[in-house]
Write a protein that binds this ligand. Structure first.
Ligand code: NAD
Ligand code: IPM
Ligand code: MN
Length: 362
């Protein structure tokens, strides 16, 4: 059986707190299902590393990480110590781009036992995937600053959309929607105001849907402003939602917030061809406001591990991990659940350990 080599990068803040629980749950799944998982931990892509070495990554980071099948990533950023664009462009965003992880796959699911801030929502009412373009769009490096420190100061940053880049993410989302029972794709646009790139996005979607395979797929599009409103007012209508880099980023915090907490949301940064390692991480960041308290929700990290097993085809183990998360959350025990889900004395460790025990069948 294939061995999965996993590079573990905890990063900063609560990334360092939730990572151990993610790894212990994966180890439990490996034990239970006889998987061969090999973990190697790295201290780079963190502010600690930055202060020691003057850079976020070692020079040979790319060749190091190319030796792994996947990257299991916590979170990066300590904005009071180092500007965010330095830490993020020096690590995570570099991985996404240079490893061509052009799909960001982010499930939003209302879990049993987790209260939604929306009235009268029950599990099943909110259950959709955000497919986010992950390598271009609004996150471009083209632009600059001129006439610095004068009253003519000007900054600009271009949005880049390539035909290859737009088509591949739209096609991925179309295929994902096609494979789901509801067979419904929603595209996020803003072609009324952003008058060149967003009409192009719409135009490519239209062109691809004519390819034939999608003939009877239910496809709609909304401008991003009203789309955010619908996500709160009627989240039941969404099945697969596809968006540009920035729109997908925003929707993938809003969606999980509607399911109670962003602390449970996972994501896969995927290079579908497998030419480069894919990266699995929680959607949330390093949460400096709660770092050190031991109360960070570990579910996003653990669920990201579940997505990693699913990605590599370890179906039974992945199913068991998801079931463990659901069962532990469904019990709704205040001394197990973290405070962001309405828990009282629950901590990162109590919740992570409960999920680990469930995976082991104890
Ligand atoms: P954040 O996700 O870190 O935190 C937002 C809010 O959600 C905070 O109140 C935080 O306490 C809470 N929260 C987040 N995760 C939680 C969890 N697991 N359990 C309980 N509560 C949780 O977003 P932010 O405050 O905008 O960013 C903080 C830092 O993290 C910044 O440096 C930012 O750039 C970085 N960031 C990194 C990533 C990443 O590495 N993928 C993602 C987002 C933000
Ligand atoms: C995310 C984060 C990152 C993003 C930041 C930290 C650069 O918000 O993974 O959603 O914008 O992609
Ligand atoms: Mn984000």
């Amino acid at each position: 059986q294939k061995k999965l080599r996993i590079a573990v990068i905890p990063g900063d803040g609560i990334g360092k707190e939730v990572m151990p629980l993610g790894v212990s749950c994966l180890k439990a799944a490996a034990l239970k299902f006889d998987l061969s998982l090999e973990f190697t931990e790295f201290d780079f892509a963190s502010c600690d590393y930055y202060f020691k070495h003057g850079d976020m990554l070692p020079k040979d980071w790319k060749s190091i990480l190319l030796g792994y099948d996947a990257i299991y990533f916590g979170a990066v950023g300590m904005p009071d110590l180092v500007p965010d664009h330095v830490t993020l462009w020096g690590s995570l965003l570099k991985f996404r781009r240079e490893f061509d992880q052009y799909i960001s796959l982010r499930p939003c699911r209302l879990m049993p036992g987790v209260p939604s801030p929306l009235r009268n929502k029950k599990p099943g009412d909110i259950d959709f995937w955000v497919v986010r373009e992950n390598t271009e769009g609004e996150y471009s490096s083209i632009g600059g600053k001129m006439f610095e420190n004068t009253d003519r100061e000007v900054v600009c940053q271009e949005t880049i959309m390539t035909r290859i880049g737009v088509d591949r993410v739209l096609r991925y989302a179309l295929n994902l929607a096609n494979s789901r029972p509801k067979r419904h794709l929603t595209s996020a646009t803003k072609s009324n105001g952003i008058s060149i790139t967003m009409p192009y996005w719409d135009e490519r979607l239209k062109a691809l849907t004519k390819e034939g395979n999608y003939a009877d797929l239910n496809i709609d599009k909304f401008h991003i402003d009203i789309l955010t409103a619908w996500m709160v007012l009627k989240p039941e209508q969404f099945d697969v939602v596809v968006g540009s880099n920035l729109f997908g980023d925003i929707l993938s915090d809003l969606g999980p917030a509607c399911t109670g907490t962003i602390g449970i949301a996972p994501s896969g940064n995927i290079n579908p061809e497998g030419r480069f390692p894919s990266l699995f991480e929680p959607v949330h960041g390093s949460a400096p406001d709660i770092y050190g308290k031991g109360i960070a929700n570990p579910v996003g990290m653990i669920w990201a591990g579940q997505m990693m097993l699913e990605h590599f085809g370890f179906k039974d183990a992945a199913l068991a991990m998801l079931k463990a998360i659901e069962e532990v959350l469904a019990k709704g025990e205040p001394h197990i659940l973290t405070p962001d889900m309405g828990g009282s004395t629950g901590t990162t460790k109590t919740l992570g350990a409960a999920i680990e025990r469930n995976i082991l069948g104890k």
